[in-house]
Design a protein. Structure first.
Lengths: 132, 206
């Protein structure tokens, strides 16, 4: 099996940080949460997601058609999932900076999960020209 | 989890065994289940929007009970049995079982968590002075760990096994590796559900 950059590991770490940030935010509901720690976690999570995206974009000999096929369906599923979580926060009167931070976290969540699914699917598939 | 070794050894021969009927017909996502998922999602959204106590309790209790029971059953009973099955039986079981899990588990998780959060808020359990507040934070932590394991490891492994099994010549080594990952992570999330049971019974009785 081919050795690939730690894309899945970086993405799962990014997901874990955003989940921890989400738990911190949710633990203060219905009060106004302090934003410093969740914002810092979100920033590190976004940096890891970007690093993972960068490493992914530099891959050669990769099953991109398979990646995008898995990615777009997983993205649809997790955008719905993230939308529901966002709806619950809006419904519970989360507004302003906390809502903005929650939305950024949900965007990272909705991108991280499809990336890790699609990457795992594609890494074990042959690139198109290799198959032919 | 000693059976994991058997899974790896057995799956390595899968390409040669190739007994799964209609391999190209294996559906990664069973399309017939999508309307049911859509109906559940709409019902959960309506329950949250309307803040209906009965509907929120129904979604949380039914979703949570199924999620916990399935996790425990798959992690602690089905997983070890799967490791002892013959290669053709294991391949056929996986091809029929995994697609259902792809739809079922995320739907149950979404239903349980969304309704549970709203219910806790409505019942005042999230208020700082409430005796259940600390228990609910503990449950967030347990769910957070399970979410990262399930979304970051279990679900990608599950989908990749299905995609691999659809190929003309599945790679037995890849399937063995991912099945081992699936069995370990299902076992871990199964054990973590015991913590959820303890927390939720405490919350319900305080």
């Amino acid at each position: 099996m081919r050795r690939l950059p730690p894309i899945a590991q970086l993405t799962v770490c990014s997901l874990a940080l955003v989940v921890i940030g989400g738990i911190l935010m949710a633990s203060y509901v219905p009060r106004q949460p302090p934003l410093a720690a969740p914002a810092a976690l979100t920033a590190v999570s976004a940096a890891l997601a970007l690093a993972s995206g960068y490493l992914l974009s530099r891959l050669e000999q990769f099953a991109w058609p398979r990646f995008f096929l898995a990615f777009r369906w997983a993205l649809l599923a997790y955008v719905i999932s993230a939308g529901m979580i966002g709806f619950a926060f809006v419904r519970d009167h989360t507004r302003g900076a906390p809502l903005a931070l929650v939305i950024v976290m949900l965007v990272i969540f909705a991108l991280d999960v499809p990336v890790v699914i699609a990457f795992t699917v594609a890494r074990y598939s042959s690139p198109p020209h290799a198959a032919s | 989890m000693a059976e994991v070794g058997n899974v790896q050894a057995g799956m390595a021969g899968l390409a040669e065994a190739a007994p799964v009927p209609g391999r190209s017909q294996i559906q990664v996502v069973p399309l017939r289940g999508l309307p049911v998922v859509a109906a559940v999602v709409v019902f959960v959204i309506a329950s949250i929007a309307g803040n209906w106590l009965w509907a929120l309790t129904f979604c949380h209790v039914v979703g949570g009970a199924l999620w916990t029971a399935i996790d425990l059953f798959v992690g602690l009973i089905v997983g070890p049995i799967l490791g002892r099955l013959s290669v053709p039986a294991r391949a056929e079981f996986t091809a029929r079982f995994m697609p259902k899990m792809v739809l079922l588990m995320p739907t149950l998780v979404l239903m349980t968590l969304a309704a549970g959060f709203q219910l806790a808020l409505k019942e005042g359990n999230l208020a700082p002075g409430n005796p259940n507040h600390a228990w609910l934070i503990a449950s967030y932590c347990v769910v957070g760990v399970m979410a990262v394991i399930a979304l970051g490891v279990l679900e990608p492994a599950n989908i990749t096994v299905l995609v691999e099994m659809r190929k003309q010549r599945p790679d037995g080594e890849v399937i063995a590796l991912l099945m081992r990952r699936f069995i370990y992570t299902a076992g871990i999330t199964g054990l973590m559900q015991v913590a959820t049971l303890i927390i939720m019974t405490r919350v319900a009785t305080q």
